[in-house]
Design a protein around this ligand. Structure first.
Ligand code: ZN
Length: 297
């Protein structure tokens, strides 16, 4: 009875370092961040991701249930760089009560892609080296909040980073097998800039860095003309963005007598269903690389 009572009491006053369940409660935005937290945190964390498969973080608005999950968390991890453009105020508010950490915090500014308007591209996870930096940021935060398990966090992070290094190498080698003149990646929104820089493939998106940006018939016809000129054979749809814009480009090319295919579905801003290949960060990158290589090679 005493034990039970104690666990109820501590359950109400759960705080980092002495969580009632024995686990740090962590809430993240996109699944790719939840995945790192689970890899590094192991048995010491319980991670909850707000945004599941197919969910677009640029347009995402927190529900009442999400606010509860953010309230309940010991630590909140998010992408930052305006990825979760409609949640900024909530993060600012929560930041007064608990660690609210942008996992892109420690990526040097010189390594960030910047638009003409001065905005930073938030899609850093597509350069695996940047995601290694994010993994280190998460490791450091977990150690600060739960120093008792420092060694475990360090060991887990080291093992995960070793796998990420292999993944980085895999992506570079695979993309290099596509003949140079065909190495053009066209998607609905501009999510693959870091991927293009890191793995040497030209990237074009119909919409800008955010799916909230507008596009018109002129953007579609410009992209179509570019693809017809270059003789590009395939373009790609994204799991978290409606397919109609890319389908319009394919149709437009066809009217100009150029046959182009949808080369497959890429996972840009959300991972796949749990248990599927793209249900982890590493699986998602691998799926994208394999899909791109198969369609363009
Ligand atoms: Zn995006």
């Amino acid at each position: 009875m005493i034990l039970l009572a104690l666990s109820v009491i501590t359950g109400c006053t759960s705080r980092p370092g002495s969580p009632a369940s024995g686990k740090l409660q962590i809430t993240t935005t996109v699944g790719m961040i939840r995945d790192i937290v689970e890899q590094v945190g192991g048995d010491h964390v319980k991670a909850t991701g707000l945004m599941g498969p197919g969910i677009d973080p640029h347009l995402y608005k927190a529900s009442q249930g999400d606010i509860q999950k953010l309230e309940n968390a010991d630590i909140i991890f998010y992408g930052g760089l305006h990825l979760e453009g409609k949640m900024t105020e909530i993060f600012e508010k929560m930041d007064q009560r608990k660690p609210v950490v942008a996992v892109t915090r420690d990526i040097p500014e010189k390594d960030l892609r910047t638009t003409e308007e001065g905005a930073h591209d938030p899609h850093v996870w597509f350069d695996v080296q940047h995601w290694i930096t994010a993994t280190e940021t998460i490791r450091e935060t977990l150690i600060e909040e739960d120093p008792d398990h420092k060694e475990d966090y360090e060991r887990n992070a080291k093992a995960y980073i070793a796998k990420l290094e292999e993944l980085d190498q895999y992506a570079r080698e695979q993309i290099a097998t596509i003949p140079k003149e065909r190495r053009v990646l066209v998607t609905a929104h501009d999510a693959f800039g870091y991927f293009g820089d890191a793995y040497a493939i030209e990237v074009r998106g119909l919409q800008g860095l955010s799916t909230a940006s507008e596009y018109g018939s002129r953007d579609i016809s410009e992209l179509r003309d570019y693809l017809v000129d270059k003789g590009i054979k395939a373009v790609f749809v994204e799991s978290s963005v409606p397919k109609r814009s890319i389908e319009a480009v394919v149709r437009g090319a066809k009217e100009k007598g150029h046959h182009m295919e949808i080369g497959g579905e890429l996972f840009s801003d959300a991972m796949g269903e749990p248990g599927t290949e793209a249900g982890t960060y590493m699986g998602m990158v691998r799926h994208n690389v394999d899909t791109i290589v198969r369609a363009l090679k």
